[in-house]
Write a protein that binds this ligand. Structure first.
Ligand code: NI
Length: 135
């Protein structure tokens, strides 16, 4: 098994806020991330696909193709958006790095043309990274 990874970047803003809680609870849990007008991040997403290299091409999958799929199915829908306000995926889901990674998994997994999606790694800051490998 070989694991191939494509890295892409996007910029987005978000606000961490649970509508079921009081303002005080939200402030206590989310602190600065609860700031009412939101704040931005320069995200890095790394999409890893696992598979056997094709004997004809030597590729698990063509990374040019993976780049296009990530852009079309995910990055174009979140880049330069306010995740809470502009992106349907986050209407009822708090846009934490954890949930962004899970949504990226859900939308990309059925689109991978060869090999199998193995992992989504999402860097929200230089120091904060989440990984998701499915259920
Ligand atoms: Ni944030």
């Amino acid at each position: 098994m070989v694991y191939v990874t494509r890295r892409e970047t996007f910029s987005a803003s978000h606000r961490l806020y649970n509508p079921a809680w009081t303002d005080a609870q939200n402030e206590a849990v989310f602190d600065k991330c609860n700031s009412i007008h939101g704040h931005g991040h320069n995200y890095v997403i790394e999409v890893t696909v696992a598979g056997e290299p094709d004997p004809q091409t030597g590729y698990v999958l063509d990374l040019k193709l993976l780049k296009q799929i990530i852009k079309r199915e995910f990055v174009d829908k979140v880049d330069h958006k306010h995740l809470n306000l502009d992106v349907e995926w986050f209407r009822s889901t708090i846009p934490t790095a954890e949930n962004i990674a899970r949504i990226a998994w859900d939308v990309l997994r059925p689109k991978i043309p060869s090999g199998t999606l193995y992992q989504i790694r999402l860097h929200e800051t230089e120091n904060n990274v989440v990984e998701y490998r499915g259920a």
